[in-house]
Unconditional design. Structure first.
Length: 142
């Protein structure tokens, strides 16, 4: 491929990647509705209604002065790389990233994470990602 054609195609691809998502959102509510299913909750389990008990993360915490220890547990068995919880993510009250813990099915027997927060109060959100049953969200007041 000639250099000029390569540059033209590259620029066209870059421009399309900026325009096409906006056109899809402007097309109607179908695209907007689809974007809401990014995560599942106890109240809205979507297509995974039978999976709430084993995929929804639970949040426990203990406070000692300014230190809060947050423990996230997803009661999901780990069946090697075939089916497991990939990671836990902890978000603050503004849905901003605090920390994450990745699981290795070759080493981890359970999906349990612990995080330490200093001088924090308010809501925390826990995300639990299953390699087969998507992303699950739960929250708790600290």
């Amino acid at each position: 491929m000639e250099r000029r054609n390569f540059i033209r195609l590259s620029l066209a691809s870059a421009g399309g990647s900026l325009i096409i998502p906006k056109l899809a959102l402007a097309a109607g509510n179908e695209s907007v509705t689809a974007s809401r299913d990014i995560y599942y909750t106890k109240e809205a389990p979507g297509r995974w209604a039978g999976k709430v008990a084993t995929h929804l993360p639970t949040i426990d915490f203990t406070k000692a002065g300014d230190i809060t220890n947050v423990k996230i547990i997803t009661p999901h068995e780990i069946k090697g790389y075939e089916h497991y919880i990939v990671k836990h993510v902890l978000l603050d009250k503004n849905y901003k990233f605090i920390d994450e813990h990745l699981f290795d099915p070759a080493k981890d027997n359970a999906a349990i994470s612990t995080f330490t927060l200093t001088n924090y109060s308010g809501t925390v959100y826990a995300l639990s990602l299953c390699n087969k049953h998507d992303l699950w969200l739960n929250s708790s007041e600290v």
